[in-house]
Design a binder for this molecule. Structure first.
Ligand code: FES
Length: 151
C-alpha cells in the first residue's frame, strides 16, 4: 500500500513538474495581443518580439488592409530578427538575411519568408495569436487563410 502511495506521489510530482513549464510555454505562444482597434495603424507593431517572439504587421496588400503575425525567428537558423523602421525591413544579425515588411525573404541565406502565425479575432473583439501553429509560404505567395485578419 505504501509503495503505491510513493509511486502515486512521484507521478503527481512529475506531472506537476512537467505540466507547469509546458503551460507557460503554451501561454507564451498562444496569447491575446489586445483589442483589434489597437492594431489598425499601418506598420509593424514590435511590442511582442521579446515576450512572445512575434511581429504583428498591419499592411495594405492587394488593396486591402490586413493584420498578420510572423514568428520573429529567422528561417535560416532561428536567430531573432530586428525591425528597421528606416529600411522598412527585418534584419537578422546572425548571417545577414533580410525580409521585407510582408515577411518575404530579400537577401541572405534565409530559405523562405518569416513563418506566419495563425491569427483570429475573438467574439469579444480581441486579436488572438497562435505562434505554435505556423503557416509557411514561398516569397511573393499570397497569405494563406488563417494567417491574417481583414480590416
Ligand atoms: S540565422 Fe538568420 S541569417 Fe542565419
Amino acid at each position: 500500500m505504501s509503495l503505491l502511495g510513493c509511486v502515486g506521489g512521484l507521478l503527481a510530482f512529475l506531472g506537476l513538474r512537467f505540466s507547469v513549464p509546458n503551460a507557460a510555454a503554451r501561454n507564451r505562444l498562444r496569447f491575446r495581443a489586445g483589442l483589434l482597434t489597437e492594431f489598425t495603424e499601418e506598420g509593424i507593431h514590435t511590442q511582442f518580439r521579446d515576450s512572445h517572439g512575434v511581429w504583428i504587421a498591419c499592411l495594405r496588400i492587394a488593396g486591402k488592409r490586413r493584420l498578420a503575425a510572423y514568428r520573429a525567428t529567422c528561417t535560416h537558423l532561428g536567430c531573432l530578427t530586428l525591425w528597421s523602421e528606416a529600411d522598412g525591413e527585418f534584419h537578422c544579425p546572425c548571417h545577414g538575411s533580410a525580409f521585407d515588411a510582408a515577411g518575404d525573404n530579400l537577401r541572405g541565406p534565409a530559405p523562405r519568408p518569416l513563418d506566419l502565425c495563425t491569427i483570429r479575432m475573438t467574439s469579444d473583439g480581441y486579436v488572438e495569436i497562435d505562434a505554435s501553429h505556423v503557416l509557411r509560404r514561398a516569397a511573393g505567395q499570397p497569405l494563406p487563410p488563417g494567417s491574417y485578419i481583414l480590416l
